[in-house]
Design a protein around this ligand. Structure first.
Ligand SMILES: NC(=O)c1ccc[n+]([C@@H]2O[C@H](COP(=O)([O-])OP(=O)(O)OC[C@H]3O[C@@H](n4cnc5c(N)ncnc54)[C@H](O)[C@@H]3O)[C@@H](O)[C@H]2O)c1
Length: 303
């Protein structure tokens, strides 16, 4: 039987360890030729050697995907080594925990450059190469459930929300050239989880990167033809689509919104329409006073 990715050439960024390593190993086992990228070049070499020792095809790249020229070089490596590029897994990423008033601007910039530019730059170069050869291909961006909003993860969550928005937008742009763009929200035991006590608590030890790999392979392969613009979460046992943001009814209309009409819209209509927010679905205080019995009614006036 043909393997799932036979004859395909794919790039996996951040593939020296963790989820990326599993995606690269599984893609190679499924028949793909793989560019194993990681800014930690020794780790990229190790993963690529592991693949070739087991009879697969792989080449290592130690490029930094947050740098435009280097991100292009990763994609060029795929085309020069394997003659084409069929798939890109934008997996490289960083995270840390901090409260907003404790953020360090240098660390913020580094995270945004890696998690946002480090997805856009390789994606641009891959799309260009795919269009040049006549179209077709699959881009899988690694987002996160944190994009829904999580405590102490504001910058990380924002970067992963950007990845989700990029996925929806690029899926629209690229459908006509046959390139599918989807995103995966994984959960797995990796260095990223080991660094955070809270993440460790929420990630049982059996959640291995290998359990997320079949989803990524499916999205890279032809079996997912017709599937694009989707955000899909796999945390080991659970697999589901993540709903997309939408314009919520009722949509109020008037020629001009002034301060008084905005106040009235919230007092009379939106007060009950407010959305629970963040991954924990926290009910905003104005609604909570109704839903959680926190509302103290005014004293009854005696007749
Ligand atoms: N582990 C989880 O539960 C989890 C949950 C949600 C999302 N994610 C996402 O999955 C992806 C992989 O995470 P992981 O848990 O395997 O983390 P990890 O830290 O184990 O591995 C990330 C790899 O990316 C590499 N990298 C970082 N910056 C790079 C750059 N500029 N260029 C090239 N390589 C770079 C690192 O050297 C590292 O080897 C990340 O995007 C992460 O945000 C992970």
């Amino acid at each position: 039987m043909d393997k799932l990715l036979d004859g395909k050439a794919v790039v996996v960024t951040g593939a020296g360890r963790g989820l990326g390593e599993a995606f690269a190993m599984h893609a190679a086992q499924a028949g793909a030729s793989v560019v194993v990228n990681d800014v930690d070049a020794d780790l990229a070499d190790r993963t690529a050697a592991n693949i070739t020792e087991h009879g697969g095809r792989a080449v290592a790249s130690g490029h930094d995907v947050a740098d435009h020229a280097q991100a292009r070089a990763v994609i060029e490596t795929c085309v020069s080594e394997f003659g084409t590029i069929d798939g890109l897994v934008n997996n490289a990423g960083l995270n840390y925990e901090a409260l907003p008033w404790q953020e360090d601007p240098v660390r913020v910039r580094k995270l945004v450059e890696t998690n946002v530019l480090g997805v856009i730059y390789p994606g641009m170069a891959a799309a260009e190469a795919m269009v040049e050869r006549g179209g077709g291909g699959s881009i899988v961006n690694i987002s996160s459930g944190a994009s829904l909003g999580q405590r102490k993860l504001g910058t990380y969550a924002a970067s992963k929300g950007a990845v989700a928005s990029l996925t929806y937008s690029w899926a629209l742009d690229m459908e006509e050239v046959g390139i599918r763009v989807n995103a995966v929200c994984p959960l797995a035991h990796t260095r990223m989880v080991w660094k955070s006590e809270r993440s460790l608590r929420n990630c049982p030890p059996d959640r291995t990167p290998a359990r997320v790999a079949p989803l990524v392979l499916f999205l890279l392969g032809d079996g997912s033809a017709g599937i694009t613009g989707q955000l899909i979460r796999c945390n080991g046992p659970q697999l589901h689509i993540v709903g997309q943001p939408y314009f919520k009814a009722p949509i109020l209309e008037r020629q001009v919104w002034d301060s008084e009409s905005v106040q009235r819209a919230f007092d009379e209509v939106f007060g009950a329409q407010l959305e629970p927010y963040g991954m924990e679905k926290r009910v905003p205080p104005r609604l909570r006073k109704w839903t959680h019995g926190e509302f103290t009614p005014p004293p009854l006036r005696s007749a």
